[in-house]
Design a protein around this ligand. Structure first.
Ligand SMILES: CC(C)(COP(=O)(O)OP(=O)(O)OC[C@H]1O[C@@H](n2cnc3c(N)ncnc32)[C@H](O)[C@@H]1OP(=O)(O)O)[C@@H](O)C(=O)NCCC(=O)NCCS
Length: 167
């Protein structure tokens, strides 16, 4: 059985799938994932990212009080990342990816669910949204399955959901 949740010192040993916070030592891993071919193609900025650009971005993101950035760990491996950029008090934009070796296995849904749980440890309610390209069917399926509202504007699939601690 897979147990899942947010890593805490008490229960981390029992868990084989959980989110942990991104730290300084993840700089290279996040760089590799950011430049993954599909990740770039599915992004709205498709240009390859240079190491210099990444270093500046990563340092800023790490200290940004309005960003939550997590890595999904599965059986001791880092297999994906999810980032929420908080744009207003209790609303934020989702950006996420799964390592290509672990795609097609349902981890996209799990990372999003765990991230919702993590946000609800901090906020009573939170409004999440994401923009997805028309070609990114996997991501569209994930958001729909998790109950996000969908609208389409200029071929961009827009998703939003209000999460609440009591639901
Ligand atoms: C998008 C991403 C996170 C999806 O994660 P994943 O865990 O590999 O997703 P899956 O391949 O398991 O697909 C999710 C669902 O979409 C379905 N799906 C995938 N491709 C599909 C297709 N072409 N047509 C119909 N359904 C499709 C899967 O069957 C699955 O449904 P299920 O859970 O009911 O079985 C991953 O592909 C990724 O990291 N891509 C690059 C970065 C990216 O696109 N990030 C998101 C930006 S919005």
């Amino acid at each position: 059985m897979i147990s899942w949740g947010i890593k805490t010192s008490k229960n981390m040993k029992k868990q084989s799938i959980y989110l942990r916070k991104v730290t300084q030592s993840d700089i290279k891993l996040i760089f590799e994932w950011a430049n993954d071919k599909d990740a770039r193609n599915n992004s709205f900025k498709t240009k390859e990212i240079t190491w210099a650009e990444h270093e500046t971005w990563f340092e800023n993101t790490l200290k940004d009080l309005k960003t939550r950035h997590y890595i999904l760990c599965y059986n001791g491996n880092d297999i994906g990342q999810i980032r929420i950029k908080i744009e207003e008090e209790n609303q934020g934009k989702i950006s996420y990816s799964i390592d290509k070796a672990y795609r097609g296995l349902g981890f996209g849904k799990i990372i999003l669910q765990l991230c919702e749980n993590a946000l609800l440890e901090e906020f009573k309610d939170f409004y999440l949204y994401a923009d997805v390209k028309k070609s990114n069917i996997a991501s569209q399926v994930i958001f729909k399955t998790l109950g996000y509202n969908e609208s389409i504007e200029n071929d961009i699939f827009k998703y939003n959901k209000k999460i609440n601690i009591n639901k």
